[in-house]
Design a binder for this molecule. Structure first.
Ligand SMILES: Cc1cc2nc3c(=O)[nH]c(=O)nc-3n(C[C@H](O)[C@H](O)[C@H](O)COP(=O)(O)O)c2cc1C
Length: 283
């Protein structure tokens, strides 16, 4: 185990470890405007959704680790506290990276990176027409996390209007993650893309309490054929197994184990429990 006290390493090294560990991060492609009307467009992966009522996103244009300079986005937001957060999909990712170049303040990254500006409806900065989802936001507060190189500046952006392209929704007007084709940032130059292969579902426990791994029958709990993920899936039901199953001290056969695993792989926990029940109760 590598153990690091954050005060003992350089900010550069800290950045490498933490950006690789706290990943993947969604990308906020923020358009802003200064008091003279100069438009700016830059990506920020220190970004997430933090509140639903009011709907608030936070992103952080940090002080540069290299030279402690501040970002144009931050300066613009202090002058005009409005922005559009444009969601980034795979077809935009190289242009988004290009827009992160440190162009002089008066240079418009819409032009440099080849994006199409589209008028917003309630804020001054334009939207990115190519982006599948555009969030018009009013900035409620800017919180500085320090004056040293690498310090963040939290932009608390309240989402006022959402624009979603029809091409990324399903027949019920819900966002389809495969149609959206999101990308996210990891450490160094790594990115990831949401694909069919990278997506999977985990059933929500919701208000019903799962019985817990401690309450699984012995032949499951102490069976090394099952991974901890599989045991947790089985333990996420709210009905306690019958006492007869709990008391059972024997083993279950490999054929049964494989059947249970296959049901769990298909997210069919009920079927998995049926197989366990049948195999124990019909011994
Ligand atoms: C995908 C991506 C994510 C980024 N995330 C951040 C971030 O969260 N915070 C930050 O300060 N810089 C981030 N950067 C770097 C800024 O985009 C870059 O410093 C840019 O020049 C800032 O532009 P501005 O000075 O016009 O605001 C990121 C760059 C890329 C390509």
């Amino acid at each position: 185990m590598i153990t690091i006290d954050t005060k003992d390493i350089t900010t550069q090294l800290l950045q490498q470890y933490l950006q690789a560990a706290i990943a993947p991060r969604p990308i906020c492609f923020a358009s802003t405007i200064d008091k003279f009307g100069n438009v700016n467009l830059s990506p920020f992966s220190f970004f997430n959704l933090f509140s639903m009522n009011p709907p608030v996103c936070i992103f952080s244009p940090s002080r540069r680790v290299r030279d402690n300079t501040t970002k144009h986005t931050l300066e613009n937001l202090k002058e005009v506290p409005e922005c559009v957060i444009n969601i980034v999909n795979y077809s935009m990712v190289q242009q988004v990276s290009l827009a992160s170049c440190e162009y002089p303040k008066e240079v418009n990254e819409f032009v440099k990176a080849g994006f199409t500006p589209m008028p917003s409806e309630i804020v001054k900065p334009p939207r990115v027409a190519e982006s599948p989802i555009q969030l018009e936001c009013l900035v409620q507060e800017i919180i500085s996390l320090g004056e040293k190189a690498g310090a963040g500046n939290l932009i608390l952006a309240e989402i006022k209007r959402i624009h979603i392209k029809e091409s990324v929704v399903d027949e019920n007007k819900k966002i389809d993650p495969l149609k959206l084709d999101l990308v996210a940032r990891l450490g160094e130059d790594w990115y990831t893309r949401i694909t069919k292969e990278s997506l999977f579902k985990v059933e929500k426990p919701n208000t019903q309490l799962g019985i817990g791994i401690d309450q699984l029958p012995y032949c499951i709990k102490n069976n090394s054929e099952f991974s901890n993920n599989e045991k947790a899936q089985l333990a996420n039901v709210n009905m306690m197994p019958a006492q007869e199953m709990m008391d059972y001290a024997g083993k279950i056969s490999m054929a049964v184990v494989l059947k249970i695993k296959s049901a769990l792989k298909n997210n069919d926990t009920q079927l998995a429990w049926k197989i366990i029940e049948t195999s124990i109760l019909h011994q």
